[in-house]
Ligand binder design. Structure first.
Ligand SMILES: [Zn+2]
Length: 450
């Protein structure tokens, strides 16, 4: 944009002087004056364009987080990589124990003795299976969700508050499993070898349902959502929303400080329940410009229809996942089915095997699932920079996210483990944006930052 204006100004000045400096004797005469004036008016524009080194600016911002703070967030995030592996091994261990001990078959026999209805049998099995597996994995859940979060200073919850949220999650998981798995086993009985296609369809439908009802029925079980308090900042936020055609009723403040001190915001809901939620930690810890920078990102998700993008792309992953489940179940039964007394996928006693296969698939698909999310997040970053035009506030708020996300990963580390771009990627994008806009009247005064 700036380059086009510069070329136009130079051409215009040249043409003007050529037209006016007749005859070509530049040094004298009254007509020389306007020529000089025009040149004086246009050339300083080139001279005063501030220099801006995007790489140096990126490094300066990154250098603000060093020493103990940097070491702590790196350790927290890198520890998460190993926890993903530990979670998988633990889940496989629980499934193996249920299958090899004969417990799974005994629960199946018990369910069959209680009812002749196949649907009721599945419900009874699941009603026993879910509490057993959640109890078996509880020590790991407690460590990861409570003790580890406190050790890194990220949690604001007492043990009893944490346990309350855990109980709510348990109740939701239990209800979803008891209602959904009988439908899955119904498809397995009725559709034979094609069960996995129906299973994938069921799971995609369920995911859409959860996304739609989440902001209205589920999120309020954990947090309080309220309208934004009146302030000059609110006026700016609502103006930004209107400018991007987002209904202003859809911007909320959530008391995320109930659980943690993490700075964040999100877009949730779909098909009429979509809303943007700004968390109170961001409002307390961020400057007004930082809040706007984050909300520009969230509005990007909203405007670009990212919920639909994720439903479609993750739907493909779910489809691949059910194809994997179908193959893995057959393969494992060929090898171990005799020991487990599980022969066919229709046997409800094989549910731990389906769950274990699902855990393996999700583990293997982690880089793909993260990349779907990370590329979507990057789009929202670019949208936010364009909409809000505060690259420095964007950079500093990214540093605030570094309490729980490693700032500078390796290239492959970012591809495999990051569901959002790393701090370095995001700050570099902001500084590149700034360099390309450095001559704009609202950006040029910030050329000395950071
Ligand atoms: Zn986002």
């Amino acid at each position: 944009m700036f380059l086009a204006r510069l070329i136009f100004a130079l051409l215009f000045a040249a043409w003007t002087s050529a037209a006016m400096a007749q005859p070509a004797e530049p040094q004298l005469g009254p007509r020389a004056a306007p020529t000089t004036k025009i040149q004086v008016g246009s050339l300083p524009m080139m001279d005063t364009t501030p220099a801006f080194d995007e790489a140096a600016a990126t490094n300066k911002y990154l250098a603000r987080i060093g020493g103990a703070a940097r070491a702590r967030s790196d350790a927290y995030f890198e520890g998460g990589y190993w926890l993903q592996l530990l979670d998988l091994l633990y889940a496989l261990g629980v499934a193996a124990a249920l299958l090899w001990s004969g417990a799974s078959v005994r629960i199946q026999d018990w369910a069959e003795s209680k009812s002749h209805s196949r649907t009721a049998q599945v419900m009874l099995y699941v009603a026993a299976y879910v509490p057993i597996t959640i109890a078996a994995t509880f020590p790991l859940t407690l460590y990861e969700g409570f003790f580890r979060e406190h050790a890194y200073g990220l949690s604001n919850q007492s043990f009893w508050q944490w346990l309350g949220d855990f109980g709510t999650q348990f109740a939701l998981t239990f209800a979803a499993a008891v209602l959904l798995l009988p439908v899955l086993y119904h498809f397995i009985r009725r559709t034979g070898e094609m069960w996995w296609l129906w299973g994938a369809g069921l799971m995609i439908g369920f995911q859409i349902l959860v996304i739609v009802i989440w902001p209205v029925f589920i999120a309020p079980l954990f947090n309080h959502y309220a309208p934004l308090p009146d302030s000059p900042l609110k006026t700016k936020i609502l103006s930004l929303a209107r400018a991007n055609e987002i209904p202003v009723d859809n911007v909320f403040l959530v008391d995320a400080s109930r659980q943690s001190n993490r700075v964040s915001a999100n877009v949730s809901g779909f098909l009429g329940t979509a809303r943007i939620s700004l968390n109170d930690n961001l409002l307390k810890q961020g400057t007004p410009d930082e809040v706007l920078a984050v909300l520009g990102h969230e509005m990007g998700h909203y405007v670009m229809g990212h919920v639909m993008r994720e439903i479609l792309l993750e739907g493909l992953v779910i489809l691949a996942g059910f194809a994997f489940l179908n193959w893995a179940f057959w393969f494992a039964c060929e090898v171990f089915g005799g020991q487990w007394q599980v022969r066919k996928v229709v046997d409800i006693a094989g549910l731990p095997l389906l769950a274990a296969s699902g855990a393996i698939f999700l583990f293997l698909a982690t880089p793909l699932i993260n990349s779907i999310s990370r590329t979507t997040e990057y789009q929202a970053d670019i949208f936010g920079l364009n909409a809000v035009r505060k690259p420095d506030a964007f950079a500093t708020v990214m540093l605030k996210l570094s309490t729980y996300r490693k700032l500078e990963p390796g290239k492959w580390e970012e591809i495999v483990f990051y569901d959002h771009p790393s701090g370095r990627t995001r700050i570099a994008a902001a500084m590149r944006w700034k360099k390309e806009h450095i001559a704009d009247s609202d950006i040029r005064d910030t050329a000395q930052q950071p």
